[in-house]
Design a protein around this ligand. Structure first.
Ligand SMILES: [Zn+2]
Length: 284
């Protein structure tokens, strides 16, 4: 552990976490979290799983970003009944690998596990990956699409500044039956395009940010059946705790913002999210 890592770890310790919000009237899931980062930084995933259940977040989807975290997720899902896993190479990870094909083969093997309920996060990231990284990034995305179709599991997409190319590659390969746009970051037009294709839009804490009216507009036009909610913890903490560490027990803040954006009663919003979670990633 370098000093930098230790400093970040200290920052993320339980004491620095925001207070628990008021519990939800109906249970929901966190459709995208990274508990392996909590564990790596010396935190206890079980504490976070319990804290989430106390406010009505009783199911979690642990998302893999490389072979190591994917393997960790499979083990975590085997140990905790509240957790299921997804496995993949992140679009910023794929271009860094010396042997992409070997890593893809390991992900494909993990994908067969019954506690693995999705392939992701994969996709395109034009913010962090550039030039020579773009070819292996797209090749990896295409391989993950093929894998999702082969094992019949949902595809979880990371899309950073790459909306048009995500659609281009999906159209070209043929999208799997279920596509989840993780941490949806587009405007109304892109949301409408995703909705039309039957994709599921997973909204993160960003939907609560003051400077994100376009995300609330996107949520407003998305049918309840195509909405999920996520933390992407430990990142993207919802308002009013932006900047502090995130965890699944903070999901109620984001669900309340979504219900408000859609003009839906909170309990109905929760029920829709819960049903979608069970249909897409369940049964737990
Ligand atoms: Zn993520």
């Amino acid at each position: 552990m370098t000093n930098d890592r230790a400093a970040r770890a200290a920052e993320r310790r339980w004491e620095s976490f925001p207070p628990a919000p008021e519990p939800l009237p109906h249970p929901v899931l966190d459709s995208h979290t990274h508990l392996d980062i909590v564990a790596e930084d010396g935190g206890d995933p079980a504490t976070q799983i319990d804290a989430a259940a106390k406010v009505g977040v009783d199911r979690l989807v642990q998302v893999g970003v490389d072979v190591k975290s994917s393997r960790w997720g499979v083990a975590c899902a085997a140990e905790h009944p509240a957790v299921v896993a997804t496995v993949a190479l992140h679009p910023n990870e794929a271009p860094r690998l010396s042997d992409l094909d070997a890593a893809l083969a390991e992900i494909a093997a993990l994908a067969e596990d019954p506690r693995v309920r999705g392939i992701g996060e994969t996709g395109l990231d034009f913010f962090r990956t550039r030039e020579e990284g773009l070819r292996p990034q797209e090749r990896s995305f295409r391989a993950h699409i093929a894998l999702a179709k082969r094992v019949g599991k949902p595809l979880v997409i990371h899309d950073r500044d790459a909306h048009a190319d995500i659609l281009r590659v999906l159209d070209d390969e043929g999208a799997p039956e279920t596509v989840v746009m993780h941490c949806f970051s587009g405007d109304e037009a892109f949301a409408a395009e995703c909705v039309r294709r039957g994709f599921v839009l997973s909204f993160a804490g960003t939907v609560t940010f003051k400077n994100a009216p376009q995300l609330r507009a996107a949520a407003a036009l998305t049918p309840p059946r195509q909405i999920l909610v996520e933390t992407d913890a430990p990142y993207l903490t919802p308002m009013p705790f932006r900047g502090r560490p995130n965890a699944s027990y903070l999901i109620p803040l984001t669900v309340r913002a979504l219900a408000e954006a859609k003009g839906m009663p909170l309990a109905e919003m929760c029920e829709a999210i819960s049903d979608n979670g069970n249909r897409i990633f369940g049964p737990w």
